[in-house]
Design a protein around this ligand. Structure first.
Ligand code: HEM
Length: 155
């Protein structure tokens, strides 16, 4: 039975990565398309679902990713101060630093869309920041996949 622990943790790690990436990209797509529609009712409803998706999927997978990742690292006997580990943890922290203000922005955009007939200058400005943060986090997550699969600086 013990030989199943490692692949099972890795299985959870990969399913969680899929959910994290897929839900993030999907949510961003629908929220952007709702914004492009110009209809604040569509924006209000979509932003509401995106905020819920972030709490149901993204928040737990962010934690699961770190916990299972550290387990895999430990099992493989790789120091958390190794170049590979530090690169991965740095990228992970960078993605987290982009994501936290995104959560706050999405809550703000959800609330504001309910009150507006048309997106005002402040709404458009915060959508722009939301987009920039997403565009910064996306390549960092792709790079994380590269680190996971090609294992550069592994040792
Ligand atoms: C939070 C820090 C993370 C740590 C410490 C970590 C650690 C690890 C380790 C040690 C492995 C190697 C398992 C093996 O070769 O048997 C692994 C595999 C993997 N990780 Fe992570 N991980 C982290 C975050 C992530 C993130 C954010 C993603 C993607 C969104 C991800 C996706 C994957 C995938 C797809 C694999 C499978 C690669 C393979 O089997 O070749 N990991 N992870």
């Amino acid at each position: 039975m013990e030989h199943l622990i490692y692949p099972s943790v890795k299985f959870i790690h990969i399913i969680s990565a899929t959910l994290l990436f897929g839900t993030g990209l999907g949510s961003a797509f629908y929220m952007f398309m709702a914004y492009r529609s110009g209809n604040t009712k569509v924006m209000a409803a979509t932003n509401r679902f995106v905020v819920i998706a972030d709490f149901i999927f993204t928040a737990p997978t962010v934690i699961i990713q770190l916990v299972t990742g550290l387990y895999l690292l430990n099992y493989l006997g790789l120091e958390w101060t190794s170049p590979w580990s530090l690169s991965v943890l740095g990228l992970y922290a960078f993605v987290g630093a982009c994501w936290l203000p995104v959560v706050w922005l999405q809550i703000w955009l959800r609330n504001r869309a309910q009150e507006l007939d048309h997106p005002d200058a402040q709404y458009r400005y915060r959508m722009k920041i939301w987009m920039i943060l997403g565009l910064l986090a996306f390549p960092a997550v792709v790079l994380l996949y590269v680190f996971m699969i090609y294992k550069p600086f592994w040792g």
